[in-house]
Design a protein around this ligand. Sequence first.
Ligand code: SF4
Length: 351
Amino acid sequence: MISKVFSTEGALAKAIKGFQPRQPQTDMALSVERAIKNGSQLVVEAGTGTGKTYAYLAPALLSGKKTIVSTGSKNLQEQLFHRDLPLMVDTLGFTGRVALLKGRANYLCPERLSRQIIESHDGHADPTLLSQLVKVRSWSSETKTGDLGECADLAEDSPVIPTITSTNDNCLGKECPSYEDCFVVKARKRALDADLVVVNHHLFLADLAIKETGFGELIPEAEVFIFDEAHQIPDIASQYFGQSLSSRQLQELAKDIHIAYRTELRDTKQLEKVAERLSQAASDMRIVLGEPGFRGNWREISNSPTVARELVRLKDALDLAHDVIKLSLGRSNCWTLLLIARPYLKPDWTA
Ligand code: SF4
């Protein structure tokens, strides 16, 4: 079936003027079809011009299995959903449902819009922001999706956007008076009902991180997951699942310890030493790591003898800080000091 779709006489040749069958494209489509059928994993690396998008869309649509396709960016997501997917749907005569799902920050929150409009009538509101709110309100009665990207009167970086969209923390969920009109709820429902849902890596990974908390996820369960531009995933995933510790944070910690010594704990001379040692160790560590902004594999980097040596010094400085701060617990505001320090004092160096 798949070979036929991509052949000289196939559906794609009939639908696309000038379509030329390419063996690498057909091979990829066959491999994707096999992986979907067997429920196995497949990684495909193919050069520009192979026609990768069609090579995964065709077997996904023909599989009859619920599929999530994730793209590298919001622009590619739009392009796939509005250009490539409709063509493939028509070409294959696909009768199922497809949906586009973005993160909740892209959808108008009617509840927050109403509140914002009420608040802006107190006479202190910025007239430009007020006029944008009025425009969004008028658009909100016409839009079907609530996707603010479709609101022509609103700039992508408008300061109004955070005030009229929701987050996991401020969304009222089922308690919300506007629940019935909620665009996030509608988008999720469309995604739940669809056979193929187009998302992007940021949303996918943020959603995965939320799933771990068991609350508020948007992306439904699926049988098939396809990641376009999958090489971007490690970088994006590190934003949601990684831990970071910067020399600046450590310097701030050293500074806080020093301030505590000078203001409240003059009799704990050791705190001063701890602060100096930590500050020095953080600077040295920073120097051996090289160029600012350098990214790499931590396991490989920490194998370097210089880095490993500085790491031991930094760990010793942090352990000492931990022990000395513990001795000062229960005295004055030292609890605050420990709270400030807690995230840095026992970092996981092996992650
Ligand atoms: S349910 Fe949440 S996102 Fe939806 S309208 Fe209410 S507050 Fe806004």
